[in-house]
Design a protein around this ligand. Structure first.
Ligand code: ASP
Ligand code: MG
Length: 472
C-alpha cells in the first residue's frame, strides 16, 4: 500500500473552525493516509509552564487542569454532534485528563519535575488533539482510527527531551501495524524508548515523527500543512518583499531549518532524504490544492545566487586562541570533548591556525567558558567571548562553489556600515554563514536580501518537477 503522510501543526488547530478545515483537507486525500498531529496551538508551552510552576513553587496545578480540560471538552462539543460518538469521545478524553491530572498531582507532591515525567506530561497535548481529530474525522464518516506510538512501536534512543527515532528498530512493527486501507491519526512529538518510556523528539518534533513514518512506510509523500506560504526568500517579518520558494533540495531545507527558518523541525529531512520521499508544504489558508514549497532531490537545479537568506539570534562565540592550535593534532577533538562533557551543543565551528571559534547558543556561553577555563589544554593561551551575536546564512545548493557570493554579501552589509565578525563557508556546499552583532542583524538581513533579491526581480526560482501536479 502506498501511504501519504499528512501533518497538521498547532497553528492549524486553534479554534473550532480549524478542525473542520483539517477534516476537509483529509477528506480530499485517498486512503491509506496517516495524519500526524501536534498539540493545539500553544498547549505544549502551557503544559510546560504549569508543570514548572507546580513543581517549583508548590503552586497548585488545579486551576490549569480545570481550564485546559474545559477547553478540550468544548472543542469536542463544538465539533462532534453524533450523540454516541460524543459520549465515547468525552469518556476517552476524561480518561486522558484524569491521567494528566495525576501526573500533575505527583510533581506537585514531590516538588520536583523529573525529565521522564516532563516528557510524559508534555505528550498529553498531542494525545488529546489526536483523540479529538480522530473523532472529528469519524463523525464525517471517514474510516479512521487512532494509532499511538507506543502501540505501533515508534522506538527512540531514550534520550528525554530530544530523542532520536531508531528507524531500524521501529521498522518491522510499524510495517505490520499499518495494514488497513483507511486513515490513521497519530499523535506526533513523542516515541517510546526500548524500555517503553515516553520520550519527546524536541520542540516542534511532530514534523520529525511524520518524516520517520514516511520513511518507515516508504510513503508517496510527506505533506505538511501550515498557515504560512512555505519557505520564503527571507523572513517576511523583516524583509518586506520576500517571495515563496517553489523548490528546495533536502540540504537547502536542512540548512534553512537549522538556522533560522521556523518552518520545519531541523531533523525533518533526515529520514526522507535517503529514500527521496518528497516533502510538500501546503498553506491551509486560501488552500489552492498546490504545495507552496516542494522539497525533493529530483531535479536539483543550482541557481546563480542563494535561494534564501535566513538568520538566528541568540548566539555566542567562544574563541580559543593559541599560536599552534591549527597545527597541533588533537586539540579540536580535546576541546570539543570538553564541551560535550559540559553538555554544551556546538552549533558550528570555525578554525584558523591560531584560533578555534565555537558558535554556541547564547545561553550556553557561560557554561562553556567555565568548562574551558577548568580544563583547557595548555596550548590555549587566551579565551575570548562574543555574546549577543546573530548568524546570517545564505542558503542555496552549490553557492560555496560560485564566485563572488560572499563578496557580494560583504559588500551589502558594508554599505550599511555593519561589521562582519566571522565568516564561514565550505563545510556545506549549500550555505555561507556570517556572524554579526545581534543589533545589526535585521539591517544585515534586509541589506543582503535586497542585494540578492532586488525588488521586482521575480522569485529567483525555477520550474520545479512534476511534483506539484500530483493531485491529492
Ligand atoms: N507540540 C510540540 C511543540 O510545541 C510539538 C510540535 O508542535 O510539533 O513543540
Ligand atoms: Mg508546533
Amino acid at each position: 500500500m502506498l501511504y501519504r503522510i499528512i501533518k497538521f501543526g498547532g497553528s492549524n488547530l486553534q479554534d473550532a473552525r480549524d478542525f473542520s478545515r483539517c477534516a476537509e483537507v483529509v477528506s480530499n486525500y485517498s486512503t491509506p493516509s496517516i495524519i500526524v498531529v501536534s498539540a493545539f496551538y500553544n498547549v505544549t508551552d502551557r503544559i510546560s509552564r504549569a508543570a514548572l510552576k507546580a513543581s517549583e513553587s508548590g503552586h497548585n496545578p488545579g486551576t490549569f487542569i480545570e481550564e485546559f480540560s474545559a477547553e478540550c471538552f468544548k472543542q469536542v462539543k463544538t465539533n462532534i454532534h453524533d450523540r454516541s460518538l460524543l459520549e465515547k469521545t468525552n469518556a476517552e478524553l476524561e480518561r486522558l485528563i484524569e491521567k494528566l491530572s495525576l501526573l500533575f498531582k505527583g510533581i506537585h507532591a514531590i516538588g520536583e519535575l523529573p525529565e521522564s515525567i516532563n516528557d510524559t506530561l508534555l505528550s498529553y497535548g498531542e494525545r488529546i488533539s489526536a483523540l479529538i481529530l480522530t473523532s472529528v474525522l469519524s463523525s464525517r464518516n471517514l474510516p479512521v482510527s487512532l494509532a499511538l506510538p507506543e502501540d505501533f512501536g515508534l522506538i527512540t534512543d531514550g534520550e528525554f527531551g530530544s530523542a532520536s527515532i531508531l528507524l531500524r528498530e521501529s521498522s518491522k512493527r510499524v510495517k505490520k501495524f499499518f495494514n488497513k486501507n483507511q486513515y490513521y491519526v497519530v499523535p506526533g512529538f513523542y516515541g517510546v524508548s526500548l524500555e517503553g518510556k515516553t520520550t519527546l523528539l524536541g520542540r516542534g518534533g511532530t514534523d520529525y515523527s511524520a518524516a520517520a513514518l514516511a520513511n518507515l512506510l516508504d510513503a508517496e509523500s510527506l505533506d505538511i500543512w501550515k498557515d504560512v506560504d512555505g519557505f520564503q526568500t527571507g523572513d517576511p517579518r523583516i524583509v518586506k518583499d520576500s517571495r515563496t520558494i517553489d523548490f528546495l533540495s533536502y540540504n537547502e531545507a536542512a540548512e534553512l531549518s537549522y538556522f533560522g527558518a521556523k518552518i520545519l523541525h531541523p531533523r525533518t529531512v533526515e529520514p526522507l532524504q535517503p529514500k527521496n520521499i518528497p516533502l510538500r508544504i501546503f498553506n491551509i489558508s486560501g488552500n489552492s490544492g498546490k504545495p507552496a514549497t516542494v522539497i525533493h532531490n529530483g531535479s536539483v537545479e543550482e541557481l546563480p545566487g542563494p535561494k534564501s537568506i535566513t538568520f538566528s539570534r541568540n548566539f555566542s562565540v567562544l574563541k580559543l586562541k593559541g599560536p599552534a592550535v591549527g597545527i597541533k593534532p588533537g586539540v579540536l577533538a580535546q576541546v570539543a570533548g570538553i564541551m560535550d562533557t559540559a553538555g554544551v551543543n556546538i552549533s558550528s565551528v570555525f578554525t584558523s591556525q591560531t584560533a578555534i571559534c565555537f558558535l554556541l547558543l547564547g545561553s550556553d556561553l557561560r557554561k562553556a567558558r567555565k568548562a574551558i577555563r577548568n580544563e583547557a589544554p595548555a596550548l590555549i593561551s587566551d579565551v575570548e567571548t562574543l555574546s549577543d551575536i546573530a548568524l546570517v546564512a545564505l542558503v542555496g545548493e552549490g553557492i560555496t562553489k560560485k564566485k563572488g557570493i560572499a563578496a557580494k554579501a560583504f559588500q551589502a552589509v558594508a554599505e550599511e556600515d555593519i561589521n562582519v565578525e566571522i565568516i564561514a563557508a565550505g563545510a556545506s556546499t549549500a550555505a555561507v554563514y556570517f556572524v554579526v552583532k545581534e543589533n545589526d542583524c535585521d539591517r544585515a538581513v534586509k541589506a543582503t536580501h535586497r542585494y540578492f533579491f532586488p525588488e521586482n526581480s521575480g522569485p529567483n526560482n525555477h520550474q520545479y518537477s512534476d511534483l506539484t501536479s500530483v493531485v491529492l
